[in-house]
Design a protein around this ligand. Structure first.
Ligand code: TLP
Length: 352
């Protein structure tokens, strides 16, 4: 639910719109605090310890956003002029404002993402540079799980392992943008740690489907996290009494992971209803996690922005991906009985 100038919307634009639960707000009010840049905020320290345990990594650092988590990771793994291999549909390449080049001087080597969010092994292998003074030095591979622009696709533990083994063989590091790694984990009934095991570092977000208001966590070895902590400071991400928000993050990790299956069920139900509407194609049906991508056929006589505007007039907010694609993201604050309203709103928007 989202309120704009007094009007209430069913907000499916993203799971980033989720508000904190009452339990989170209470924990935030009661959190024990200290100066986190001195390492003295007990609530942040606890969140970092719990996060490292969940991912089975040595250490963790709390960061304000997924974008900063990925950037701090890439700055900690790479020096200026080094190259990172990443998907052409990855969030880091598409939606992080070019931060790795602008702030880190890191050269992005984009390679095609496949529909299932993976990058073919031979493509990764072919992108690794030879030792030649003409070339940047390949330092890092980045993967994303779930994969946002690939429709919330989930990467398997087997795929993660095979890329991890390849990286090791070549002396490269592997970073995982696991903004929604818990969605990937519950969708496959595996632990997030298993998915992250082959990665040297992993970022995950507390502020998306887990409903915390702010924050992400970057996990890795002790040595890596101390470098990432310095990168966070350089980026202005040292947050002082950050326990206020870390407290919500702790509840997110304790209470909000297992229930993500409910979001996936609701996404399947919505996708099924939408797939029966003529002129609309559900790109991945059933959806692999909590995202539904819709393609709109020309026959509809509406482009994606026009359809989104009509849906807004009917109380439903959706994301416009491009001229004929929409994204609908399911989350905690969408109630089961709102699904039929969304399906009805789409039918009405198309017919009128
Ligand atoms: N994604 C947002 C938008 O930026 C597109 C969304 O609404 O989905 N990695 C992945 C895979 C993401 O989807 C996002 C956010 C991030 C990183 C960045 O997280 P934040 O917004 O916390 O910087």
């Amino acid at each position: 639910m989202n309120v704009e100038s007094g009007q209430t919307f069913i907000d499916l634009r993203s799971d980033t719109v989720t508000l904190p639960t009452l339990e989170m707000r209470t924990a935030m009010a009661q959190a024990e605090l200290g100066d986190d840049v001195y390492g003295e905020d007990p609530t942040v320290n606890e969140l970092e310890r719990i996060s490292a345990d969940i991912m089975r990594k040595e250490a963790a650092v709390f960061v304000p956003s997924g974008t900063m988590g990925n950037l701090a990771a890439i700055l900690a793994h790479c020096g200026r002029g080094d190259e990172v291999i990443l998907g052409d549909l990855s969030h880091t390449f598409l939606y992080e404002a070019g931060g790795i080049s602008a702030l880190g001087g890191v050269h992005p080597r984009t390679v095609p993402n496949q529909e299932d969010g993976t990058i073919a092994q031979d493509v990764i292998s072919g992108a690794v540079r030879d030792d030649n003074p003409h070339f940047p030095i390949t330092r890092l591979i980045c993967l994303e799980n779930t994969h946002n622009r690939c429709g919330g696709a989930v990467l398997t533990a087997e795929y993660m392992s095979s890329v991890g083994e390849f990286a090791k063989e070549k002396g490269l590091k592997l970073h995982l943008d696991g903004a929604r790694i818990f969605n990937a984990a519950v969708a496959q009934s595996v632990s997030a740690a298993e998915l992250a095991r082959p990665a040297d570092s992993v970022t995950f977000c507390l502020s998306k489907a887990l409903c915390a208001p702010v924050g992400s966590v970057l996990c890795g070895s002790e040595q890596f996290i101390s470098k990432a902590r310095r990168a966070r400071k350089q980026l202005g991400g040292g947050m002082r009494q950050a326990g206020v928000i870390a407290a919500a993050g702790i509840i997110a990790l304790q209470k909000m992971i297992d229930r993500l299956v409910e979001d996936h069920e609701k996404a399947r139900e919505l996708a099924l209803g939408l797939s029966q509407i003529e002129g609309i194609r559900v790109e991945k049906n059933p959806p692999p996690s909590n995202m539904i991508f819709l393609s709109i056929t020309n026959a509809l006589g509406l482009n994606a922005s026009q359809l989104a505007q009509k849906l807004k007039e009917n109380g439903v907010l959706v994301g416009v991906v491009d001229v004929n694609r929409l994204r609908l993201v399911m989350h905690y604050w969408i109630h089961n009985d709102e699904i039929s309203h969304v399906i009805g709103a789409v039918k009405k928007a198309i017919s009128g």
